[in-house]
Design a protein around this ligand. Structure first.
Ligand code: GUN
Length: 284
């Protein structure tokens, strides 16, 4: 039976560490690390995520501001708020919750956030820095995956790492981070031929496809470490990952559950980025 990688427990341990570091930082600088989260509209899932981010900040002793804007907000109005927050010294991180209403250009909004406050690491400047391995901020989900692998002492160097999914938020940066740690990395996607042949080579398999139970047992090598980034609802409305957990658990050496695997790590890495952004801003 596989080791169940407990994202909730790892998350709690790292948040405790962050809370201590925040306390030290405040004592040294007199400054409280601060995060602003902007939400436009009332998407139910986004509303829950934003509430969780706010609470997580307060729990580790950070300052948190949530700016709720109505669905009809214009791009111009949103850009004006970002501009004001870019210049606000209380705020070290700014996050615009996605998705945005269709009439707002997401790319333009991401570029408007000061790269040094971009705690999602979505800004092209931060993406470029990750590409050359010279960065301060990392995208939260792939960073959370790396933190889980490290916590469970999964060796990456020289291992076959297969990432399913090539999104800008997860797949692509995940591949770069595994490569940086000397993994042999393959990125698969919807046009990949003989997908299961590729995935069966993986010592470390990261699934970020967005399709419920997409990764079946026959796609996984005996003893592989399987990381499930998916959050989907199945036909019965149950929260499931991209991996058929019950079947794959029997073959893997370690596996993340959904919920309770990668999910809790994402906000933890957001807190880490906010502290990093504050440190960089104050040169501490
Ligand atoms: N919506 C869902 N996940 C994310 C995320 O990681 N960052 C932002 N900004 N919006 C999201």
């Amino acid at each position: 039976m596989a080791t169940i990688i407990d994202g909730k427990a790892v998350s709690a341990a790292i948040r405790e560490e962050i809370a201590k570091e925040v306390e030290t930082f405040k004592a040294q600088t007199g400054v409280t690390p601060g995060l602003a989260v902007i939400i436009v509209g009332e998407d139910p899932a986004s509303t829950v995520y934003v509430r969780n981010k706010h609470k997580a900040c307060l729990d580790v002793g950070m300052f948190s501001e949530v700016r709720r804007m109505k669905e009809e907000t214009t791009e111009e109005e949103l850009l004006a708020v970002i501009d004001e927050m870019n210049r606000d010294d209380k705020l070290h991180g700014i996050l615009v919750q996605l998705p945005l209403p269709k009439h707002i250009d997401e790319k333009k909004v991401i570029r408007a956030i000061s790269a040094s406050k971009d705690v999602d690491a979505f800004h092209p400047e931060n993406v470029g820095k990750i590409m050359i391995g010279d960065y301060d901020l990392l995208p939260c989900t792939p960073a959370g995956v790396m933190a889980l692998l490290d916590y469970y002492k999964v060796e990456i160097q020289g291992k076959e790492c297969v990432v399913i999914g090539r999104s800008n938020i997860v797949g692509k940066p995940q591949a770069l981070l595994l490569l940086e740690r000397n993994g042999t990395v393959t990125v698969c996607h919807s046009r990949t031929k003989n997908l299961s042949e590729v995935t069966r080579r993986a010592d470390i398999l990261v699934a970020a496809v967005g399709r419920p139970r997409f990764v079946t047992a026959d796609m996984v090598k005996e003893g592989a470490v399987v990381i499930d980034v998916g959050i989907n609802r199945d036909e019965n409305g149950r929260l499931v990952g991209d991996v058929d957990f019950e079947a794959v658990e029997k073959k893997a050496s370690a596996i993340t559950p959904v919920p309770g695997g990668v999910g809790p790590m994402t906000i933890t890495m957001l807190l880490k980025n906010t502290l990093t952004a504050a440190r960089v801003a104050l040169k501490k």
